[in-house]
Design a protein around this ligand. Structure first.
Ligand SMILES: C[S@@+](CC[C@H](N)C(=O)[O-])C[C@H]1O[C@@H](n2cnc3c(N)ncnc32)[C@H](O)[C@@H]1O
Length: 348
């Protein structure tokens, strides 16, 4: 069946593009797109749909169009202020600014819950033997969440690097509070050139980072350089082909001039949970490159990685293989799904 929702999605984009970026209209765009994407999640995770998901998706896009038209029709009441545009459309700079203002907003209780999600992921995939007493590195660590999970799972030492200074400061602060400074190190640097020593890690993680890069292969080469032969790589990247990718990608395109901070503040005012705020702000602002299992494992193989295994996310909101296979519309909804790959550096 054809993706019959695409015409409605293109119409929503063209209507939103025509209306400019005053405060009121930008607010209307953010709320409308947040609602549309969250309503789609309800479709995505319902295995007993009464209709084809393409039809249901078209309906929620048409609702979004009506909602936005009603809001922009009443925009004459605003004083006419235009929001400050996002500081850069240049992809990587935009991401640096966006994530730097995102990861440091967790309070300690929320953060601990977030760390435990990763501990759970490590455990359900039986990875503790690859981590216990090992030297680990997290490439694009954000606030260090995965590093703290690795340390909880017995890593000897964990290094987290990220080009977001505020995120690194947050991680350093947490390490200090947890008295983990001896077992961790958080550094502001780029995944393309980490400045870390060659052959110094047994376990590397890139968790949702390389799909945001202009040149992910260059980052794979750097990961290979710092990993020891026989070391393992947790490689999590976005799949391709599902409905949600179309909705999120179009939303990002529509909101290209709206700063992430503006989006976050609206969602915070709506009392949405921190994890959902992060999920929505990221989904509405960050650019993703999509790929397939075959394409990405072939690039990794070219750089000496092998022994590929598909991992599970373990949560209801993850697009895991079992979820895709057990849903009559799994392929349409999730495409390739979340690609959580474990692989080993078999040769340098
Ligand atoms: C989606 S977040 C994921 C954060 C973390 N890995 C996690 O799982 O929570 C992507 C992270 O990659 C970082 N990042 C993106 N491009 C980078 C680059 N070229 N060098 C270093 N960090 C980068 C961003 O600052 C951001 O913190």
């Amino acid at each position: 069946m054809q993706k019959i929702y695409m015409d409605a999605l293109n119409k929503l984009k063209s209507n939103m593009d025509k209306t400019g970026n005053s405060n009121y209209v930008s607010y209307a765009k953010v709320v409308t797109l947040a609602v549309m994407n969250m309503r789609y999640e309800k479709i995505a995770f319902n295995k007993k749909l009464n209709d084809h998901p393409y039809v249901l998706t078209k309906n929620i896009i048409e609702d979004a169009l009506n909602m936005f038209n009603a809001m922009s029709d009443s925009s004459f009441i605003e004083s006419g202020k235009t929001i400050e545009k996002t500081k850069s459309r240049e992809k990587e700079l935009k991401h640096q600014l966006l994530f730097n203002e995102m990861w440091n907003r967790y309070n300690r209780e929320e953060f601990e819950g977030y760390v435990d999600r990763y501990v759970y992921r490590i455990n359900i995939n039986n990875l503790s033997d690859l981590i216990k007493d090992k030297d680990c590195i997290d490439l694009g660590c954000g606030n260090g969440v995965f590093c703290f999970a690795l340390l909880k799972c017995g890593a000897k030492h964990a290094v987290g690097i990220d080009f977001g200074e505020n995120s690194i400061l947050f991680a350093q602060e947490v390490a200090k509070e947890k008295s983990l400074q001896q077992r961790s190190n958080f550094v502001t640097t780029s995944v393309y050139n980490t400045t870390l020593e060659t052959d110094s890690f047994d376990f590397a993680v890139q968790n949702g980072v390389f799909h945001h890069l202009d040149d992910y292969e260059k980052a794979i080469v750097e990961a290979k350089r710092i990993l020891r032969t026989g070391g393992w790589f947790w490689y999590y990247t976005d799949g391709e082909g599902g409905i949600s990718y179309d909705l999120w990608d179009t939303s990002v395109e529509i909101l290209r001039d709206v700063p992430g901070d503006f989006i976050q503040k609206i969602l915070e005012a709506m009392s949405i949970s921190r994890n959902k705020i992060v999920h929505l702000t990221d989904g509405l602002s960050a650019t993703y490159a999509h790929t397939s299992w075959d394409a990405i494992t072939s690039v990794l193989s070219k750089h000496g990685f092998g022994n590929f295994k598909r991992l599970t996310g373990g949560f209801d909101t993850d697009f895991d293989l079992d979820k895709i296979q057990s849903d009559p519309y799994g392929k349409e909804k999730f495409g390739e799904g979340d690609l959580r790959i474990l692989c080993q550096l078999v040769e340098k």
